[in-house]
Design a binder for this molecule. Structure first.
Ligand SMILES: [Zn+2]
Length: 187
């Protein structure tokens, strides 16, 4: 028996971030007891107009002075409070394809909801995915999620033709993501 916790995007919009963390934990424990399955309590299903997406949220745990901490200081501000800094990722509900990765964002208080700018970005990417569009995992170009695009895959990321072949992107001139994928053993 499998179970999942589903939350509507409109509910998620209003939910204080501490409620996203704490009471969900109890619900996941309940699900574990009922179904005997393991649940990752950082993952839930977000519903947008009848379509399901898998969402994970992550609170920063990096050490003061670490590379990640310096990145966050650059991105957010010098005095960034790591304990109030989060990131969100979305996939289709089967977690085959990545739909959205937020940049790190902060909340002022634990009873603040996810910032509306992040919710808007999530909604946009969900709506695009429903219309069968994804963004290249390297250059972020919007591409049609058709059968050809589905073959330009490395883990959950889909790549545009240019980044896949090495005409542009991080692996420009070295065979592209196609080459990276070919060398991957998925072990
Ligand atoms: Zn690309």
């Amino acid at each position: 028996m499998k179970g999942a916790i589903i939350i509507n995007l409109n509910e998620l919009k209003k939910l204080p971030i501490n409620e996203l963390e704490a009471p969900l934990k109890d619900k996941f424990i309940a699900l574990r007891v009922i179904t005997g399955d393991y649940f990752d309590n950082k993952k839930l299903i977000v519903e947008n107009n009848g379509n399901w997406f898998s969402m994970s949220f992550y609170r920063e745990t990096c050490q003061h002075g670490s590379i990640r901490h310096k990145e966050l200081q650059k991105l957010l501000d010098e005095k960034v409070d790591i304990n109030k800094t989060y990131t969100i990722s979305l996939w289709d509900y089967k977690e085959i394809t990545s739909v959205f990765n937020s940049s790190a964002f902060k909340v002022k208080e634990y009873d603040d909801p996810i910032p509306s700018t992040i919710i808007e970005q999530m909604k946009l990417k969900m709506d695009e995915f429903i219309e069968e569009y994804v963004h290249c995992a390297d250059c972020d170009e919007k591409i049609k999620y058709d059968e050809k695009a589905k073959r330009r895959r490395f883990f959950a990321g889909i790549y545009c033709y240019g980044c896949w072949c090495g005409d542009k992107g991080k692996h420009k001139g070295t065979g592209g993501w196609q080459e990276v994928e070919r060398k991957e053993t998925y072990n």
